[in-house]
Design a protein around this ligand. Structure first.
Ligand code: NDP
Ligand code: HEM
Length: 481
């Protein structure tokens, strides 16, 4: 039921939209003016903390339609042919705060929440297929180096290169970042990747390793470095673009493809298939089409539906499981933990995060509870309450053994930090893309804070990727190589 008159939050008709209660028109205000106090007090509580990373973003609703039969790889309900699953997507930059420019050079978040019949499935990826590091213990250090200094709260390119040049595993992702894919034209004109390897298992319990690729149907379009820099004053460019295209009925879409690796291939594959700094070359594992994702509805209330949306890689459904990727393992912990802090322990009861399938857990109470879980409140019980059905997960178990240790991944035969970025430079980029990459690196490492010593390390880093790239960066930075 809607009403034509203003109310307070408890539904009482509001006494006035404009005037506080006072002692005479010119006198002091009265403490009994509950309506005024509710307005002011609520305003003071309008914000939750912004996300510690990926704070600036935007999102929309849509649907995944599965057009191909991939049931031999997974029994996941949402990936069965003909199935249509509603979803929420949120795009973001990584390092900037709320209000920062959409066009900054940065990876873009590509987070999808599928509301499946077996609970929420979240694919919390980026617009790049790789990442800067391969062990979660380095994540907070990496992010600190990209954010602001402790003393003057300024971003500092010297700090960024300091981290990267001492973390050679970053070379693949930094190469990407320094191409024009580091400055996409809109969110609609970029791909999304799971980056991580996940496990799929089918109804017979056969297991596969999988990587997801969401290929934009709008085509890839990027800004050059100078174009993106010029547009920084238009901070909400990408947010506006997505909103307007959906409002105008121009619904963006992506074709979902996967790479599938038979479970047994992993051990002796030429690259460690769980190393997040590596792709699986398409020649080894070609892309297989699954379906199409289309975005067709804007949120009504940005704060309720996008700011308070809570994506978590730990939201997996029967037919899909994690993998031994150490970064993924770290993320399985990190996201639910940050949501409990940022939004509150009952964040899963908010409409945007709530599964569309029934929930019957034995968790209850806590701040802002409004689920009406009834007795019994424990398991096991003899009161007819729900009981776990482990057969949903038949197929996901696999054998692992080893000695506890703190060590890097064992190398597979072609594992190194520079081979794949070298291939990107040599085989994938054309001449003009290579020139733009060099210019973007030189521009970034020419910031006033970058020391001469650091510039030498920057040149060495890129020489390791390719000698031509190193010497062109050296020329641009005026460093003798
Ligand atoms: P392929 O030639 O089979 O694949 C190269 C892929 O690179 C293309 O399919 C395209 O995928 C992507 N690409 C095209 N232009 C650019 C660009 N300007 N910047 C970044 N990526 C681009 O070779 P490989 O599979 O052996 O991969 C070679 C290199 O390509 C990798 O080392 C990696 O850097 C990059 N790459 C590989 C991907 C993979 O999953 N194998 C995915 C993306 C990039 P798309 O348009 O889907 O991004
Ligand atoms: C957001 C942690 C790696 C993609 C976040 C957030 C945290 C976090 C704490 C904020 C979440 C929130 O407040 O809602 C980590 C850790 C990582 C890691 C600890 C590594 C160990 C990655 C990787 C990817 C990624 C590898 C992509 C492949 C995202 C995205 C978001 C995000 C897309 C924004 C989600 C949204 O739109 O709400 N991450 N992250 N992160 N992360 Fe990560």
């Amino acid at each position: 039921m809607s009403v034509s008159y203003t109310t307070d939050d408890a539904g009482h008709p509001a006494p006035s939209d404009a005037h506080s209660q006072s002692v005479g028109p010119n006198g002091p205000l009265l403490l009994q003016d509950h309506y005024l106090i509710q307005k002011m007090a609520h305003f003071n509580r309008e914000r939750v903390p912004e996300r510690v990373v990926h704070a600036k973003g935007g999102g929309a609703y849509g649907e995944l339609e599965v057009t191909e039969d991939v049931s031999k790889y997974t029994k996941a309900d949402l990936f069965q042919k003909g199935k249509k699953t509603p979803l929420l997507i949120r795009f973001s930059t990584v390092a900037g705060e709320l209000g920062s420019a959409d066009t900054a050079r940065d990876p873009r978040g590509f987070a999808i929440k599928f509301y499946t019949d077996h609970g929420n499935y979240d694919m919390v990826g980026n617009n790049t297929p790789v990442f800067f590091i391969r062990d979660p213990s380095k994540f907070s250090d990496f992010i600190h180096s990209q954010k602001r200094r402790a003393d003057n709260q300024l971003r500092d390119h010297n700090m960024q290169w300091d981290f990267w040049t001492q973390s050679p595993e970053s070379a693949h992702q930094v190469s990407w970042l320094m191409t024009d894919r580091g400055t996409p034209k809109t969110w609609r004109h970029m791909n999304g990747y799971s980056s991580h390897t996940f496990m799929w298992y089918n109804a017979d319990g056969q297991k596969f390793w999988v990587k997801y690729h969401f290929k934009t149907d709008q085509g890839i379009e990027n800004f050059t470095g100078p174009e993106a820099a010029q547009l920084e004053s238009d901070a909400d460019l990408h947010r506006r673009d997505l909103w307007q295209s959906i409002e105008g009925g121009d619904y963006p879409s992506w074709t979902l493809k996967v790479q599938i690796m038979p479970f047994e291939d992993a051990e002796n594959y030429r690259f460690n298939p769980f190393d997040l700094t590596k792709v699986w070359p398409h020649e080894d594992y070609p892309l297989i089409t699954v379906g199409r994702m289309t975005l067709n509805r804007n949120p009504q209330n940005y704060f309720a539906e996008i700011e308070q949306s809570a994506f978590e890689p730990s939201n997996l459904v029967p037919g899909i499981a994690g993998s031994p990727d150490k970064m993924l393992q770290g993320r399985l912990f990190s996201y639910p933990d940050t949501h409990r802090y940022r939004i509150g322990p009952n964040y899963l009861q908010l409409p945007v995060n709530q599964p569309k399938s029934p929930v019957r857990s034995y968790n209850y109470d806590g701040p802002m509870t409004y689920s009406n879980n009834a007795d019994p409140v424990y398991a096991p019980n003899t009161a007819g309450g729900a009981a776990a059905e482990p057969s949903f997960y038949t197929g996901e178990d696999y054998h692992i053994e080893g000695t506890s240790c703190r060590r890097a991944y064992e190398l597979h035969k072609e594992d190194d930090d520079f081979g794949q970025p070298r291939k990107l430079w040599e085989k994938v980029l054309d001449d003009s893309q290579r020139t733009n990459m060099v210019n973007n690196i030189v521009d970034h490492a020419s910031a006033p804070s970058v020391t001469d010593e650091m510039k030498k390390r920057v040149v060495q880093y890129w020489t390791n990727v390719h000698p031509d790239l190193g010497s062109r960066v050296a020329d641009g930075l005026g460093v003798s190589s």
